[in-house]
Design a protein around this ligand. Structure first.
Ligand SMILES: [Zn+2]
Length: 191
């Protein structure tokens, strides 16, 4: 993230969830990132106790279509932020997880852990609706087993977002595990 920041704003609004006495100070800062995008950095701070929290939200769409790849191998990587635009296809091949773009696909902004929990929910519902002795049962139980390990940071996997229109983001906790591969114009024409 660049040093350039502007639009610093501070306001007080809600009561502290930790001490219940203080007021939460919300500090908003807009950062210009080197590729021309803007990110909103929000810091929540209590004026009495030491409660604080922060979040980063992309403000402008990343317009470069490409493939974003994040290697997840520990608990820290699970905190990496993920923002999938409706153009983005999200997949975790090792867990047979695929989220395809479509008019009904929602935008979402979460972290890797959030994606795993959503997926676990969907798989559990699917498993419940299987007929007794369905051949898929064994395969699904294997996925659930790996998924539980993944949620604890004990299963290594790759999260890939393929975005032909741009707009998706991965904000890695560990930069060294992230890579971005830009699409060439002729590759885009084929899609
Ligand atoms: Zn407090």
């Amino acid at each position: 993230m660049s040093e350039k920041s502007k639009n610093d704003e501070v306001d007080f609004s809600f009561k502290c969830p930790s001490c219940k006495k203080g007021k939460i100070r919300i500090h908003k800062t807009t950062y210009d990132v080197p590729d021309g995008d803007k990110m909103l950095f929000i810091k929540f701070e209590c004026n009495i106790c030491n409660f604080s929290n922060n979040d980063v939200i992309p403000l402008t769409a990343n317009s470069t279509p490409g493939i974003m790849t994040l290697r997840v191998s520990n608990e820290n990587d699970l905190k990496s932020k993920i923002y999938r635009s409706p153009n983005g296809k999200l997949e975790i091949p090792e867990l047979e997880l695929f989220v395809v773009p479509g008019p009904n696909a929602d935008f979402y902004y979460t972290n890797v852990e959030g994606i795993l929990y959503r997926f676990e929910n969907a798989v559990l519902i699917y498993r419940k609706n299987l007929e007794k002795d369905d051949v898929q049962e064994e395969e699904i139980d294997k996925i659930l087993h790996d998924l539980h390990k993944a949620i604890k940071g004990e299963f290594e996997f790759t999260l890939i977002i393929t975005d032909t229109g741009g707009g998706s983001y991965i904000i890695p906790e560990d930069e060294s595990k992230y890579s971005f591969q830009k699409f060439e114009q002729k590759e885009l024409n084929l899609k």
